[in-house]
Write a protein that binds this ligand. Sequence first.
Ligand code: C5P
Length: 221
Amino acid sequence: PVAPDLVGRHVVISAGGTREPLDPVRYLGNRSSGKQGYALARTAVARGARVTLIEANTGLPDPSGADVVRAGTAMQLREAVLKAASDADVVVMAAAVADFRPAEYATGKIKKKDGQEPAPITLVRNPDILAEVAGRRARPEQIVVGFAAETDDVLANGREKLRRKGCDLLVVNEVGERRTFGSEENEAVVLAAGGGETPVPFGPKEALADTVWDLVSARLG
Ligand code: C5P
């Protein structure tokens, strides 16, 4: 039995990884599977929340009980998140959002030409959605949660990222070798604004999701 501690709460969760198109057939992408975001959605539904899941390119079946919104690119994800966040109690940015997108989109497939060097790809920055949501706070008591995948100095980088983005909680995990991407398990430390640090041992992504909701619940009061 799970505590129905999110009854009456609207939670918005982003999941998956954005794809930034170069032309109609090619994109710049990343290796996020979306499984952690879906685990957050399932556990939030189980705890009684109204859930809006904004998914980017996961190919996963819709979790029952959640409203699912599709967003392919970072710009589409931003629009969907900002819209859903306007009446949200909690926003969790579990999606891997591309930091950059190609400056130009070719409406026709880019062709290779004999004897010609390939043209360089110029990138421009995408907006930081997490920082924007945290800075804007559609509701004063809204809780904003971010994720950070780090390869080294995990805690120090996480602390600095939590401060820079202005979120309430930041789930930091170490990536690189075998773990995290596409797997059913995760291991993380949840950092809280104001100083809390909650280690979550290697285990199912649901267990990490439930720890996030425990911490969110405590902050919602
Ligand atoms: O800066 P970094 O990409 O490590 O931050 C990761 C966190 O920020 C994740 O929660 C991710 O969803 C969010 N993010 C975002 N918009 C971006 C880049 C990251 O919301 N453009």
